[in-house]
Design a protein around this ligand. Structure first.
Ligand code: UDX
Ligand code: UDX
Length: 464
């Protein structure tokens, strides 16, 4: 039986671990929550006096202010945190594997396996181990085997029991706190055994919150472990597929004179389809979509389901094509030569309200433009630091906090991220400072194209 001490530790203080544990601590003031990371700099940032947290997420600072030092603790001391807690969440990163078998498609599970071994080494009692990272289907079985395998696990060679559950996180960056406080659903997968059911119940209690203040029990869905693991991949693949589908229609709109925003509005009014994830743009980015779709492709292939693998590959192919199309259109519009022209890129984050640049379409487009010897001046309200790191070593790229400075003497503004700041800029001032003819390519269709044209700009949009 598990002891009554139901404190929680999460290994991995990233985009998932940090916000999730902060909200778990807020909603469960009677439990202690520890968040560990091997990256000492990251932990120091989480602990910083002036709340210079390592990630930007609206509303996060307020939650951290409320609970840090009370029942939420950030530490590099994994060993003592694991000892103090009965419930271990694992939220370490699982990037796409870049070597050997499954390179470019499968997940690199080395951090995750090292973490499992560490938990086993430091444990002093039974633990519930909860997967938070998105992992390929059936990895929980491997974790179970590592944790429960062999004789005498645990620090003193005693045999402890580890029950492995899957609890995928569905939060989206930029709305993480809102998504956590009011989720559509919480998913907990566990084995259909007495211990499994008991462990699932324990995790349900966490999400229900102290005195039932958090997630409605009806929204906490339980499944077997494999269904939970596959659901996360499938849910992200479905969302990514909607983005690729509307982007595939966007090209056709440009060719025919239809307007993709109008088409999306009408498609989305069908309640069977719904209005979300139908915004055409530069394609999806972020840490999950591409990785999870590639994982799904790899899984399908491993089970001999080649047609299904090809089907899901198309979602990625369409996404890459969308970014190549942006550069081709710029090229054509700018008289088939981009060399030495200055392009101001407005926005580098993969979407608004985050500083995250993982798999950002802007990064891919920036590299393509760099090959054409463009002088690129990039601005972003939150992502300059990450962007600089991503594009380190590329000549001809400068970073500019102030969008007006970025646009000065530019031949074109290429808007890549739908930050709400951008429509509010003084576009007449920008126009005056640019070389003529001055072009704006709004890949998010978020600016007022008619008024830009009135100002004198040549305007390009996606899907119109
Ligand atoms: C998300 C998803 O949860 C995951 O499935 C996906 O693979 C990557 O993106 P996220 O929280 O955004 O995870 O990742 P990241 O911000 O990179 O955080 C992971 C943290 O784990 C890092 O801070 C890293 O230092 C830490 N880590 C990694 C450990 O503490 N131990 C390790 O062994 C490896
Ligand atoms: C996604 C899932 O939404 C979330 O449930 C999962 O836990 C992690 O992956 P995230 O990557 O943070 O979250 O962002 P999301 O809002 O889903 O956007 C992903 C990408 O798709 C962004 O680049 C966004 O700009 C793009 N997108 C989204 C579109 O181009 N059009 C849309 O209509 C919606």
């Amino acid at each position: 039986m598990f002891t009554m001490n139901k404190n929680i530790v999460c290994i991995g203080a990233g985009y998932i671990g940090g916000p999730t544990m902060a909200v778990i601590a807020k909603m469960n003031p009677d439990r202690k929550v520890y968040v560990c990371d091997i990256n000492a700099q990251r932990i120091a940032a989480w602990n910083s006096k002036d709340y210079e947290l390592p990630i930007f997420e609206p509303g996060l600072v307020d939650v951290v202010k409320e609970v840090r030092g009370k029942n939420l603790f950030f530490t590099t001391d994994i060993r003592s945190a694991v000892r103090k807690c009965d419930i271990v969440f694992v939220g370490v990163n699982t990037p796409t594997k870049m070597f050997g078998r499954g390179a470019g498609r499968a997940s690199d599970l080395q951090f995750w396996e090292a973490t499992a071994r560490e938990i086993k080494e430091w444990a002093k009692g039974d633990k519930i181990v909860v997967e938070k990272s998105t992992l390929p289907v059936r990895t929980a079985a491997a974790m179970e085997a590592i944790l429960n395998g062999g004789t005498g696990n645990g620090e003193r060679g005693k045999q402890f029991r580890f029950t492995v559950l899957s609890n995928p996180e569905f939060l989206a960056e930029g709305t993480a706190i809102k998504d956590l406080l009011d989720p559509d659903r919480v998913l907990i997968g566990g084995p259909d055994t007495p211990e499994g059911r008991e462990a699932v119940g324990e995790i349900c209690d966490i999400y229900a919150g102290k005195d039932g203040r958090w997630v409605d029990r009806a929204k906490i869905l339980t499944t077997n472990v494999w269904s939970a693991e596959l659901t996360k991949l499938a849910a992200n693949a479905f969302l990514a597929q909607r983005v690729s589908s509307i982007n595939a229609i966007a090209g056709l709109c440009e060719a025919t004179g239809a307007d993709v925003d109008e088409v999306a509005r009408v498609i989305g009014a069908d309640r069977r389809i719904g209005p979300k994830f139908l915004k055409a743009g530069p394609g999806f980015g972020g840490s999950c979509f591409k990785k999870d779709v590639l994982n799904l492709v790899y899984l399908c292939e491993s089970f001999g389901l080649h047609t299904a693998a090809e089907y899901w590959s198309g979602v990625i192919k369409m996404n890459d094509h969308q970014q190549e199309r942006i550069v081709s259109r710029l090229f054509k519009e700018m008289f088939n030569t981009l060399a030495n022209k200055k392009i101001a890129m407005f926005g580098f984050a993969f979407k608004a309200d985050t500083g995250d640049t993982r798999e950002t379409p802007a990064g891919y487009v920036a590299r393509l433009l760099n090959e054409e010897h463009v002088r690129l001046s990039i601005t972003d309200p939150k992502a300059i630091e990450n962007g600089r790191r991503d594009l380190a070593g590329l000549d001809g790229v400068t970073w500019e906090k102030d969008p007006y400075k970025a646009a000065k003497d530019a031949d074109a503004v290429l808007l890549m991220t739908d930050w709400k700041e951008y429509p509010a800029l003084d576009w007449a001032r920008i126009f005056k400072s640019m070389r003529k003819p001055a072009l704006v390519f709004d890949t998010r269709n978020c600016l007022d194209a008619a008024s830009l044209r009135e100002t004198g700009f040549k305007v390009l949009n996606i899907g119109k």
